[in-house]
Design a protein around this ligand. Structure first.
Ligand SMILES: Nc1nc2c(ncn2[C@@H]2O[C@H](COP(=O)(O)OP(=O)(O)OP(=O)(O)O)[C@@H](O)[C@H]2O)c(=O)[nH]1
Ligand SMILES: [Mg+2]
Length: 302
C-alpha cells in the first residue's frame, strides 16, 4: 500500500516597484510581522528584506527591495544592484504600483519599470496597491484592463496592503503560480536575516520619522555590539553614521535632546521586536561623503 506524498510548491517572489508604493507594507502584511521598515518618505528600504510565508503545501520566499530609481550616488547604485540580483533569482515577480498615482496619471505604464520587466522570463503579477485611498474605485478597473492588454503580466489584482484587503487572495494566487518543489526553509521561519539587521533598520526607521530634508538619506546605522546576556538587559551599541559635522549637530540636537529622543523611541521598538529589555547606546559618527565612497560603502555592507 502506498501513501500519496502531497506535492509541495516553493517560489522566490521578488517584490519590486517605484519608491513609496507600499512594497514593505505588503511584505509585512503577508508575513504578519513588522519585518521591513515603513515610513511616509520614499527610499526607506535600502537592502533586500526576506520574509517567508509557509502554508501546508506551499512556501513563498518574498524579497522586499529598494524602490527603483535612477541612481545619483554610490549607495543608490548599490540599492539598484540589490533589485537586479533579486530579479535574477525570482520565480515570480510582483510589481507594486500606487493606484492613486496611476489613476491620476491615467496609466499604469512606467517608462523606468517596463523596460526592466520586458527582459524577464519569470511570470509577473501586477499589484495595484493603496486601493483604500482611491477615490473612484470603479474606474480603477480600467487600470487592471490596461495591465491585461499590455501582455506583460500573468495576473493583476487590486489590493490595500495597509488594511489587508485582498492580500490573502494575492497570496493564494502566488501559491497557485509557484513551481512544484520542496520547502527551502523550516516552516516556522519568518526570515533568515540576523537580529542585528532588524535592530539597525528599526533605528533607521526612527531617524526617517523624526528628521527631514537630507538627514534620513545621509544617515546609515551600524550595529557595533549586540550582547545577549543570560541575566538583565541585553546590550546593543550602534553607530549612526552621517556625512557632515552639520548633520551630526542636527541629529544630536540642543543638549543632546535629538539623540535621546531617537534612543528612547528606537529602544521601545527594539524591545518590542526582540521581546526582551535592552540597553541601547547610540554614537553619532561623521564619515565624509560615505554615500559616494566605495570603501566606506563596503565597510557599511553595501
Ligand atoms: N493608503 C495607503 N497607504 C499605504 C498603503 N500601503 C502603503 N502605504 C503607505 O505608503 C507609504 C510608503 O510605504 P512603504 O511600504 O514604506 O513603501 P515602499 O514601496 O516600501 O517604499 P520604499 O522602501 O521607499 O521604496 C507609507 O506611508 C505607507 O503607510 C495602502 O495600501 N494604502
Ligand atoms: Mg520599502
Amino acid at each position: 500500500m502506498s501513501t500519496a506524498v502531497p506535492t509541495t510548491r516553493c517560489a522566490h517572489v521578488a517584490i519590486i516597484g517605484r519608491p513609496n508604493v507600499g512594497k514593505s507594507t505588503l511584505l509585512n502584511a503577508i508575513i504578519g510581522s513588522h519585518l521591513s521598515i515603513v515610513t511616509s518618505k520614499p527610499q526607506t528600504t535600502r537592502r533586500r528584506v526576506l520574509g517567508i510565508h509557509t502554508t501546508d503545501t506551499a512556501q513563498l520566499i518574498f524579497v522586499d527591495t529598494p524602490g527603483i530609481l535612477i541612481p545619483r550616488y554610490g549607495m543608490q547604485e548599490r540599492m539598484m544592484a540589490e533589485v537586479g540580483d533579486t530579479l535574477d533569482m525570482a520565480d515570480i515577480i510582483v510589481v507594486v504600483v500606487d493606484a492613486v498615482k496611476a489613476q491620476k496619471r491615467g496609466t499604469i505604464e512606467d517608462p523606468m519599470l517596463w523596460p526592466l520587466l520586458q527582459q524577464r522570463t519569470a511570470p509577473i503579477v501586477l499589484v495595484l496597491n493603496k486601493m483604500d485611498a482611491v477615490p473612484m474605485k470603479r474606474e480603477a478597473a480600467v487600470l487592471i484592463e490596461q495591465a491585461r492588454l499590455s501582455g506583460l503580466f500573468a495576473r493583476a489584482i487590486a489590493i490595500s496592503a495597509a488594511d489587508g484587503t485582498y492580500v490573502a487572495d494575492l497570496v493564494s494566487m502566488l501559491c497557485e503560480m509557484s513551481p512544484e518543489g520542496p520547502f527551502l526553509y523550516d516552516p516556522e521561519m519568518l526570515s533568515t536575516q540576523p537580529e542585528r539587521f532588524f535592530v539597525g533598520e528599526l533605528i533607521r526607521e526612527v531617524i526617517f520619522e523624526r528628521f527631514r530634508d537630507e538627514i534620513p538619506y545621509a544617515t546609515e546605522v551600524q550595529i557595533v555590539e549586540f550582547k545577549e546576556r543570560t541575566q538583565g538587559k541585553w546590550y546593543i551599541a550602534a553607530d549612526i553614521v552621517v556625512e557632515r559635522e552639520t548633520q551630526k549637530a542636527i541629529l544630536i540636537g540642543a543638549q543632546g535632546t535629538g539623540l535621546r529622543g531617537v534612543g528612547s523611541q528606537a529602544r521601545e521598538a527594539i524591545e518590542e521586536h526582540l521581546q526582551h529589555s535592552v540597553y541601547l547606546e547610540l554614537f553619532v559618527k561623521v564619515r565624509n561623503d560615505w554615500r559616494n565612497d566605495r570603501t566606506q560603502l563596503a565597510s557599511l555592507g553595501f
